[in-house]
Design a protein around this ligand. Structure first.
Ligand SMILES: Cc1cc2nc3c(=O)[nH]c(=O)nc-3n(C[C@H](O)[C@H](O)[C@H](O)COP(=O)(O)O)c2cc1C
Length: 464
């Protein structure tokens, strides 16, 4: 990873907007903000899919993928969680590519404040997928054109489901005591959770809503989902999906990728994947769960369906679902034949997953599976905080990562979590102090490494 002095964060604009809510404000000043035009544009492979020649489309798709080094270990898109500092942390620990959080194409096209806060990147943040949700090809293209020079794929989210926000609420704030700020704009899901016995909401901050320039919160994903026009709801409108993909494939210089969920019927999934490939999609990430399958941890992803897609299309395919540690990566690649994997939830807890570090949860008692890897989540959190000082993000994202990385530690010393929840205005000093408090209280949960056959410890996430 590049040193601090060598690295500069850039945003779409030089304007840094602030919000009245403490968690909405950036954790520090942009450093120094640059406009996109002041950075050298990376070279991108022309991906124009002007002809109907599927052979040359597939050839170009592979040439591009090979040029990127065929990354296998990839940070999945996560609203409010796959932020630039988090991506950079994961890259340091073995991730070979990363997705941005999903961006809303229309708001991205229209709203400078949204662009400047929600899309940040830097020269080391490559290969990079920039993901959009969309329901209008022209608007999607307009948004995509703004980022195409700074990424390796423009990705279309065809798997967004409305409940994901309540899941974010879960992730960001501890299950045992949801003294919550409801994450994202998915407050309806969060409120449903609040009605669940045992959960108490002391403070509700609805944030992450996509604010119209007028200040109205008219585009929160719940409403979008209800209209049935975005994400996984596009599975009911395949002609629209096709037009979104074609529009980008025919007009962008950078290739278009798609992230999909599977249909209940395997043949429908296969037809869907083939349609996307024919429309000009150059890479397909398949989340092996159905639209209705909400509990990602309880419901196993369907790797057989991913394998069927892999066999049905000729472009690179990525598998998503059930990647909890490095052994899962190997098993998934073997089971699906996919060209790489995405991991989401497990990476939030353990950003060093791709470097071969395991959380204690997966270390089976008595099997001598691992030893203390001399790295723990508090150290990873400190690294993340330092990256946030370098690449500013809103405090709400930092707060979510603190809860995820230190969730198990807080279970041992819940009063430290209380301190965090009681702090409406975060500072780096407070957060570094929080880590020190946990250490002083004697909390330490190591990350483990598996014994290698030759006695080495894994230090990178390379997969054969
Ligand atoms: C906090 C969070 C935010 C997410 N946001 C997005 C998103 O912006 N775009 C998307 O396509 N999927 C999103 N997802 C879904 C993940 O990318 C992934 O498909 C899903 O979590 C399954 O992967 P996993 O089993 O490794 O968690 C999100 C998941 C989580 C946990």
């Amino acid at each position: 990873m590049a040193t601090q002095t060598q690295t500069q964060t850039h945003t779409i604009t030089t304007t840094i907007a602030t919000s009245s809510d403490d968690d909405e404000s950036l954790c520090c000043e942009m450093n120094p903000p640059l406009s996109l035009t002041s950075l050298s544009s990376p070279t991108v492979s022309p991906s124009r899919c002007l002809s109907t020649d599927i052979d040359s489309h597939v050839e170009r798709a592979w040439a591009h993928w090979r040029k990127l080094g065929q990354p296998k270990l990839i940070v999945a898109p996560m609203v409010d969680n796959s932020d630039l500092p988090f991506r950079m942390l994961c890259r340091k620990y073995g991730a070979e590519a990363a997705y941005t959080p999903m961006l809303h194409s229309r708001i991205f096209s229209e709203n400078e404040k949204y662009r400047s806060q929600e899309f940040t990147t830097c020269q080391e943040d490559r290969p990079l997928f920039v993901q959009f949700c969309a329901n209008d090809p022209d608007i999607l293209l307009e948004a995509a054109r703004r980022v195409e020079s700074y990424c390796d794929y423009v990705d279309i989210n065809l798997g967004l489901v409305p409940w994901i926000g309540s899941l974010v609420g879960f992730l960001a704030f501890d299950r045992d005591e949801l003294s919550v700020q409801l994450a994202m704009s998915f407050h309806l899901g969060g409120l449903a959770l609040a009605k669940t016995p045992g959960y108490v909401i002391r403070k509700t901050v609805v944030y992450g809503c996509i604010h119209e320039p007028s200040g109205n919160q008219t585009c929160c994903p719940q409403r979008i989902a209800r209209r049935g026009n975005y994400g996984a709801f596009l599975m009911d409108n395949l002609p629209l999906v096709k037009s979104l993909v074609q529009k980008l494939a025919q007009n962008l210089q950078v290739p278009v990728s798609c992230k999909i969920r599977v249909f209940p019927d395997l043949q429908d999934t296969i037809n869907y994947a083939r349609m996307l490939e024919d429309a000009g999609c150059s890479l397909l990430a398949v989340h092996g769960r159905k639209r209705e399958e909400k509990d990602q941890k309880k419901i196993r992803a369907n790797w057989e369906a991913i394998r069927a897609v892999r066999n049905a299309v000729r472009i690179p395919v990525l598998a998503n679902g059930n990647i909890r540690h490095l052994d899962d990566v190997q098993s998934c690649l073997e089971a699906t034949g996919a060209d790489g994997v995405l991991s989401a939830e497990s990476l939030l807890e353990n950003p060093a997953l791709f470097a071969g570090f395991w959380t204690a949860e997966w270390v089976v008692d008595g099997e001598e599976i691992g030893e203390d890897g001399k790295l723990d989540q508090a150290e990873l959190l400190v690294e993340y905080l330092k990256l946030c000082e370098q690449y500013p993000v809103p405090w709400r994202m930092i707060r979510a990562h603190v809860h995820k990385m230190l969730g198990e530690w807080f279970r041992i010393q819940p009063q430290v979590r209380e301190e965090l929840n009681g702090q409406s205005r975060l500072t780096f000093e407070f957060l570094y102090g929080l880590v020190n408090r946990l250490r002083e209280l004697g909390v330490r949960i190591p990350l483990y490494v598996k014994h290698m056959d030759d006695g080495r410890m894994p230090s990178s996430g390379s997969i054969a």
